[in-house]
Design a binder for this molecule. Structure first.
Ligand code: NDP
Length: 463
């Protein structure tokens, strides 16, 4: 990790602290709007050359980039764990770095979106052409993986990219891009760490053709506003408040691990994690007990300790959100089955894995996105009512249905309003399957051929 760090920083700039210990990780260079403008200028200049290389050569470079990530995987995972807080093990740092390589490789395999329309009176070819310069603005929860989600399809389609990482996790993204740039031609992929003003300048820049954004709904709306003057294309992945509906035919003990990780992946700091769980009254107590058992067997602590699978919240603001929402549940008389009592004096932003039962559907812990390790478990008597509660919010990213009978689960799934509904899993994204939200969870999709289309425009040559 030290070698990687010294390759990306000069030891000056914004001090980055480990959210688990408060220890210094390193310094992130802070770039200005002028630096951003220069990066966009270079990206524009290099784009035609990158496009002219052709898809086969670009794909070959993406595969080499995946190899480069794998060759530096452990150093990247250690840096990610130190900066973001997530443990090395479990569905965390090593998993995230592995996903970066896997997504780079998968992106190369997606079928081309190009097609032909032919007939007696028609001979048209529809060819997807690059948009030009793409801006990629990312969050702090999965900083490396989400960066790859944004840049891999952009590069494959022949765009050049300027990345603006979150101020909370710039080192992880700088390191990832350093590794990728050991393979990619100069100027094709650049990163400009900076504050929200740099993000705003990128989303309003007249020479940026498209912005890929993952983050909060509030920032997503600001990006829509700042992109209006240039009619910039946008893909907005704005998180959500995913519901999971458990049906009455499950074996609670058999699904408890998957239910737990569907909610607590990355210590709950995941856009498409289960954030409210609906459980029928007939098996409510058994499901709660099984979840408590799994949670108790899932150690939380400093990320670099190989034993841990849950980590801290990444930052104080997020800790405060989780703390406020659990307090609201307690104040309303909900039952805290486990957790709910953080040690405010201990180092790090640790909030214990918390399971809250007997909670009303309109409690803030249910209605607002907690984005952390505190799961409300809502009891339902009637399935129609559960579906109605699941669909009631102004967000719709993921959702899930849990049942021993897949056909029955699929029927319920068809009634849920969300970009994805998983059956007997939650958050299990796959690079081949389009992923995106509805309502306030944003618009546009990532992954697969549908995702490639978002980084290109269809040029119809007719005749
Ligand atoms: P933000 O939406 O504020 O930040 C995401 C990215 O947008 C960061 O890189 C940020 O830069 C940048 N940004 C900030 N302001 C602007 C702007 N005006 N124009 C363009 N880019 C901008 O998320 P937060 O980190 O503040 O997280 C807050 C909440 O967002 C969480 O509580 C959670 O609910 C949600 N969230 C959702 C995620 C998801 O996966 N969908 C991921 C992370 C958070 P900078 O860091 O410099 O401010």
């Amino acid at each position: 990790m030290e070698e990687l760090l010294s390759a990306i920083t000069t030891g000056e700039g914004q001090e980055i602290l480990n959210p688990a210990t408060g220890e210094q990780v390193g310094f992130a260079p802070l770039k200005s709007v002028e630096d951003l403008n220069e990066a966009v200028r270079v990206a524009r200049e290099k784009q035609p050359e990158w496009e002219a290389r052709g898809e086969a050569e670009r794909n070959d470079l993406l595969l080499k980039a995946a190899d480069a990530v794998e060759a530096s995987a452990e150093a990247l995972a250690v840096l990610l764990s130190s900066e973001q807080g997530k443990p090395l093990n479990g569905p965390n740092a090593r998993f995230e770095v592995g996903a970066c390589a896997a997504w780079l490789r998968a992106t190369v395999t997606f079928e081309s979106p190009d097609y032909e329309v032919t007939g007696e009176d028609i001979n048209a070819k529809v060819v997807y052409r690059p948009l030009g310069v793409v801006g990629a603005i990312g969050p702090w929860n999965w900083p490396m993986m989400i960066t790859v989600w944004q840049i891999a399809p952009a590069l494959r389609m022949g765009n050049t990219v300027v990345v603006k990482p979150s101020e909370y996790t710039p080192l992880s993204v700088l390191a990832l891009i350093k590794v990728l740039n050991d393979v990619l031609p100069e100027g094709v992929l650049q990163v400009i760490p900076g504050d929200g003003a740099v993000g705003a300048a990128l989303s309003g820049h007249e020479d940026v053709d498209k912005v890929m954004f993952t983050g909060s709904i509030a920032t997503g709306k600001k990006i829509v506003e700042s992109s209006a003057a240039t009619l910039k294309r946008l893909t907005l992945e704005l998180g959500g408040n995913d519901a999971g509906i458990v049906l009455d035919d499950v074996d609670p003990k058999a699904i408890a691990q998957d239910l737990f990780w569907g909610a607590f992946i990355n210590t709950g700091q995941t856009c498409a994690a289960m954030k409210r769980m609906y459980v029928p009254a007939s098996i409510y107590d058994e499901v709660c007990e099984a979840l408590v058992e799994v949670a108790q067997a899932s150690p939380m602590g400093v990320g670099l300790d190989e034993n841990n699978v849950l980590g801290p919240l990444q930052n104080k603001a997020q800790f405060d959100i989780v703390d406020r929402l659990v307090k609201a549940a307690k104040d309303a008389g909900a039952t805290v089955l486990l957790g709910g009592e953080p040690d405010y004096d201990a180092p790090g932003y640790f909030y214990p894995a918390t399971l809250v039962a007997n909670i009303d559907n309109d409690n803030p812990l249910v209605a607002e996105e907690q984005f952390g390790p505190a799961l409300p478990i809502i009891k339902y008597e009637n399935l129609d009512e559960a579906i109605e509660m699941a669909n009631a919010l102004e967000v719709g990213l993921g959702s899930s249905v849990w049942s021993a009978d897949k056909d029955r689960a699929r029927e319920v799934a068809a009634r849920l309003r969300a970009g994805t509904t998983w059956i007997n899993a939650h958050g299990a994204v796959d690079p081949r399957v389009p992923f995106g939200g509805i309502k306030d969870s944003g618009y546009g999709v990532e992954f697969g051929t549908e995702g490639l289309k978002g980084l290109a425009y269809p040029h119809a040559i007719n005749g």
